[in-house]
Write a protein that binds this ligand. Structure first.
Ligand code: ZN
Length: 138
């Protein structure tokens, strides 16, 4: 069995953003040479997510509005976590959007369902953060 590991780095200039990382994950898969197996992609921070959904800007706007209703950033004083920091909402947004995804690799390709793409979800950006790509198979 082969294995492959790479960290993808981000420095999102805004507090929140969704970044389509499918091309980077496909590049990792090519580098790995693995034709059959599994890809795991996970955020390496507890204020960011990796998730799969549609690359559609209206939907991404809707996610942002929905997440702000569930866990508004302001007022930051509403959260007990925000003693010396202001990112309690980002922890909650990450929790509901998820830590990681697993995608099957079939015949050297990501074996996606219709319209599926992989996203890095940033909820406390404006600093360097990373996601892990781990691929196992043969
Ligand atoms: Zn925190």
């Amino acid at each position: 069995m082969k294995n492959y590991r790479k960290e993808l780095w981000f420095n999102v200039p805004t507090r929140r953003a969704f970044v389509n990382i499918t091309p980077q994950v496909e590049e990792c898969l090519r580098e790995s040479g693995i034709r059959e197996g599994l890809v795991l992609v996970n955020a390496m921070h507890i204020t960011a997510s990796v998730f799969i959904n549609d690359d559609e800007s209206g939907l991404h706007h809707d996610y942002d509005v929905w997440l702000e209703k569930l866990a508004p950033h302001e007022p930051v004083s509403q959260y007990r976590h925000n003693v010396g920091e202001d990112n309690a909402d980002a922890h909650m947004k990450r929790q509901i959007m998820g830590r990681e995804v697993v995608v099957a690799v079939t015949d050297g390709e990501l074996d996606f369902g219709t319209w599926e793409q992989i996203f890095y979800g940033e909820f406390d950006g404006r600093r360097k953060k990373r996601a892990l790509v781990k691929i196992i198979g043969e």
